[in-house]
Design a protein around this ligand. Structure first.
Ligand code: ZN
Length: 412
């Protein structure tokens, strides 16, 4: 039999070679055919290893069950990862390079002359001397986000199924589509998933449990001006572009992503389009305290009113759309979820750390829908980039964490 870590590596390499780049402009779900191809390949693997209730839905979501063995009646826990990869860098023809017994050197990525993965700029890489590092050849992303998570879940399932007499709790497996374009939970039927709580495997490095995320609203600002030929514009034109410029200037620079970190929230204008008669600005509102989103919206409204006072014929409309909520809000109502992950990590020899994400995860959305779902480390590094890499030993440890979790669940 192959060594389990080698089987995990083979599995990871097999998965990243299927192009599952999400496509934001596709009208279909999932947004790219590779997600269906990879999902089918994995569903077949799951059947072959003896998983139960293996199913790929018409939306490409893969479900499976590892039934309990000699377990006290207890909760059903789900492990979730996403099949798609980020459209920010191509995931076509990924050529993973495996660097065994890494010696801390800079790694030239030959697929793009001049591109080098330098441990001097990446301390997390420098710390992994002696380990097995997997990089790209520089011409694509690697897709460890989130095929590291997918491979970890499937390998952990395989290892558990190889020990049919070892007690374990009931585990549901779930692979989703189009997470990278914000649609990862759109077609996920929580009734069908049938879990009491869940963990996404989509985290950086090792030993981290993301237990808090931003709460998020989107502010759509529409500036209405009055257009007329510039030749006869005196006292008749109201230029929406000019009003929009003032609005952007009045957003406090101390409340921006480029000036904040840690627990501080921000307002982030990220898109503007339009002309003299109408301008649309999209602004992200973000804070760990959900109540502060309303204060950010009020600030935006007061800036708009002050500009309208100077441009009597102009008007600024502000529409706030909720996006997701801080995962920690839901975690308070589910006291077993974080301790189980912490216990499993400790049993796997790790010192777990609770971390906050300055963003959202599928877990924030699922937690909000009533399925508490923190995010666990699985060896991801330099996401969405041709400099993406992973560490086999970190993935292997993440497998052990899941195995331990299943065993702890059996103890009730
Ligand atoms: Zn991801």
């Amino acid at each position: 039999m192959r060594h389990p870590a080698q089987r995990l590596l083979d599995r990871f390499v097999r998965y990243v070679k299927v192009d599952t780049t999400a496509n934001d402009s596709s009208p279909t779900y999932p947004s790219s055919p590779g997600q269906l191809i990879l999902g089918k390949l994995i569903a077949d693997e799951l059947r072959a290893m003896g998983a139960k209730e293996v199913e790929q839905t018409d939306k490409g979501i893969v479900f499976a069950t590892l039934p309990a063995v000699q377990a006290k009646p207890g909760p059903v826990v789900a492990w979730i990862a996403h099949l798609d990869t980020s459209p920010e860098t191509t995931g076509k023809d990924v050529q993973p390079m495996v660097h065994s017994n890494y010696q801390g050197q800079a790694i030239p990525l030959h697929g793009k002359p001049g591109l080098v993965l330098d441990p001097g700029h990446h301390p997390d890489l420098a710390a992994l001397v002696g380990k097995t590092i997997v990089t790209t050849d520089g011409s694509t992303l690697l897709g460890a986000d989130d095929k590291a998570g997918v491979a970890v879940i499937i390998e952990a399932a395989h290892r558990l199924l190889e020990k049919p007499n070892q007690p374990r709790g009931t585990i549901r497996l779930c692979l989703t589509c189009d997470e990278e374009i914000g649609k990862g939970t759109d077609h996920l039927d929580l009734k069908k998933l049938g879990a009491d709580w869940a963990y996404t495997l989509d985290g950086g490095g090792t030993s981290e449990i993301d237990h808090a995320t931003f709460s998020a609203d989107l502010a759509e600002v529409i500036v209405h001006g009055v257009n007329i030929h510039p030749a006869i514009a005196k006292d008749r034109m109201t230029n929406a572009l000019r009003m929009a410029g003032i609005l952007l200037e009045r957003l406090p620079r101390t409340m921006a992503p480029e000036t904040t970190e840690g627990e501080k929230g921000f307002l982030h204008p990220y898109k503007i389009e339009g002309g003299v008669d109408r301008v649309r600005i999209a602004i992200l509102l973000r804070d760990f305290q959900t109540a502060k989103l309303a204060e950010q919206a009020d600030l935006l409204r007061s800036i708009a009113r002050s500009i309208e006072a100077d441009f009597p014929a102009g008007r600024i409309e502000i529409n706030i759309k909720p996006q997701y909520r801080n995962m920690a809000d839901g975690m308070e109502k589910a006291p077993h979820v974080l301790p189980l992950a912490q216990q499993a990590m400790e049993a796997a020899g790790l010192a777990p750390r609770l971390t906050s994400v300055r963003g959202g995860t599928d877990g924030s959305r699922l937690t909000e829908k009533g399925l508490p779902c923190p995010n666990l480390s699985c060896g991801e590094h330099n996401l969405h980039s041709p400099l993406e890499w992973t560490c086999l030993e970190e993935m292997d440890t993440a497998c052990s964490v899941l195995e331990k979790m299943a065993v702890i669940l059996a103890q009730g």
